[in-house]
Design a protein around this ligand. Structure first.
Ligand code: ATP
Length: 508
């Protein structure tokens, strides 16, 4: 809740709840100091609990120091060395060495060329910016794993980031690029990352041997340019090299979703893509072209043929080979992917994907939900499908109503009598739940906010509701590497970053 700035007086919440929050601190310390008779004073218990909270804050790129009147832990017993560097050095090098030698043996010849090029640039200290280009399934994630292991097993630092929280979970030690490099949410030509020289983060970047950034094409070129400028500021850039001479590897596929800009046309989007940046002239493009999913063991001839055909069709769509290459095109979807008979299309698609919706609330098979998803082109379609599915679920239901307000800095809008609470409640924006949120036990849901990316709770994490109370929802994680964990989702404030409204709105 502190991380999402949902509390107006967090220090008050601390005063009222510190004894509950620190219930197990004494036991933990008894264990840590191997002293079953240890008795802590109230001040010590509070301090250790605050240290634990600070650890969670720091691992998510925040600190209690930035939270107004919140009490601060003393540094007694705290490790004062660079926490970020310490975290990156924590990998088990022997284990990584073993995995690395296994994975390197598995690389195909084109993967090995990419591997040699990048590790060469790192180990010979050559610097360089690379772009690894390959369609889905060519082994980009496998390359990131192998490269990271090659460098980390030598005690060197790799920073793995991705444009979205959900992709960052695929990378070991992965973070979103925004949270790792403190990239501003609204970026332009003049933006800079908020990294203070000589801070822990600046020193971590200085020490890093390789930076891997996956799914880069989803982001505006200004994010990369702003990082380039910030690296020059932090590291000094005598030789005038991009990213101050660090080895940086970008990954992506131009066939997939590019940077989304509200209401923008094709030209505008292309002009804001990474390959329209001055950085692109410095990028060496490396390609992967073999679909590694076809080489999976245990696949029958029939399965291999099906994957091959689907992959070829998808590539043909992506490459614009299926119709006229430029502009709009009508694409024939193969018959086998279509639902051909449907009186009620919503019912038909829901039945096709989820089977009998009435049985869903008793279904605790995580894999069942992992493998099923319905994509819809507009938010209205999403709502219709959600309402239909919720109607069918026969379990406990809760309706949550949001509290909507105008950001206090928009003084004129605050005084405007036309902006009533009802008007605020009626606003529907993408990425923002509606004013009325209906939930049922057993319903699969998706988080829309990076609550605790380090702990696997980020925009895109899928969960299944297990219990609901007035202010907190309990759910089971069904994707990522924390599958099966029970988590609590508190009420949080959401502020849409990009809206056409003349004021900033807050929905809680
Ligand atoms: N050299 C290899 N040997 C064996 N398996 C491999 C190899 N390279 C990749 N794979 C496997 O192929 C599958 C697809 O690879 P991966 O997920 O790395 O591709 P990707 O390019 O990241 O795909 P996407 O863009 O869809 O995420 C994975 O199961 C991966 O483990």
């Amino acid at each position: 809740m502190i991380l999402s700035h949902s509390l107006s007086r967090p220090e008050h919440v601390w005063e009222e709840t510190w004894n509950i929050l620190s219930e197990d601190i004494e036991d933990k310390k008894r264990e840590e100091y191997n002293n079953p008779d240890l008795n802590l004073t109230e001040a010590q218990i509070k301090n250790y609990a605050l240290q634990e909270i600070e650890k969670i804050m720091l691992s998510n790129g925040e600190s209690l120091k930035n939270i107004g009147n919140f009490p601060q832990p003393s540094t007694e017993g705290l490790d004062n060395s660079n926490r970020l560097i310490a975290e990156e050095m924590r990998y088990d090098r022997d284990d990584l060495k073993e995995k690395h030698s296994e994975w390197v043996q598995m690389l195909t010849s084109e993967q090995k060329d990419v591997y040699d090029k990048i590790t060469g640039a790192v180990f010979k200290d050559l610097g360089g910016v690379f772009f690894l280009y390959g369609f889905g399934g060519t082994g980009k994630t496998f390359m990131w794993k192998t490269l990271s292991a090659a460098i980390r097993c030598r005690g060197l630092i790799v920073l793995n980031v991705a444009s979205s929280g959900i992709v960052s979970l695929l990378l070991e030690g992965g973070r979103t690029a925004h949270s790792r490099f403190v990239i501003p949410w609204v970026v332009d030509d003049y933006s800079l990352c908020k990294i203070k020289p000589n801070s822990d983060l600046a020193n971590l970047i200085k020490e890093a041997s390789l930076i891997i950034w996956d799914e880069t094409l989803m982001m505006s070129k200004y994010c990369f340019e702003c990082l380039d400028q910030s690296f020059s500021d932090i590291l000094g850039n005598v030789e005038n090299k991009v990213f101050a001479g660090k080895v940086v590897v970008f990954g992506g596929d131009f066939r997939q979703i590019l940077h989304v800009i509200n209401g923008a046309g094709r030209a505008e989007i292309v002009l804001l893509s990474l390959n329209s940046s001055y950085l692109w002239d410095h990028c060496e493009v490396l390609k992967l072209t073999k679909n590694m999913r076809l080489l999976k063991k245990n696949l029958s001839v029939e399965e291999t043929r099906e994957i091959q055909e689907f992959s070829d069709w998808l590539l043909a769509v992506g490459d614009g080979r299926i119709s006229e290459p430029n502009g709009e095109a009508v694409i024939d979807i193969p018959e086998e992917f279509l639902i051909t008979e449907a009186d009620n299309p919503i019912e038909a698609i829901c039945r096709e994907i989820y089977g009998n919706p009435e049985l869903l609330c008793d279904n605790s098979n995580v894999e069942f939900f992992q493998k099923r998803v319905i994509l819809a082109p507009t938010n209205d379609d999403v709502n219709i499908i959600n309402q239909y599915m919720l109607e069918k679920l026969e379990s406990e239901e809760m309706t949550y109503l949001s509290v909507d307000s105008i950001d206090p800095t928009y003084v004129d809008s605050l005084k405007n009598p036309a902006i009533t609470p009802d008007f605020l409640n009626s606003i529907k924006l993408s990425g923002l739940p509606h004013h009325t949120l209906r939930l049922k036990v057993g319903a699969p849901v998706m988080l829309l906010r990076n609550i605790d990316p380090k702990g696997g709770l980020c925009n895109g994490t899928r969960l299944q509701i297990t219990q609901m109370t007035n202010h907190v929802v309990e759910a089971k994680v069904i994707t990522g590497d924390r599958i099966g964990d029970i988590v609590l989702i508190p009420q949080i404030v959401l502020t849409p970053s990009d809206t056409k409204l003349p004021f900033k709105m807050r929905r809680r």
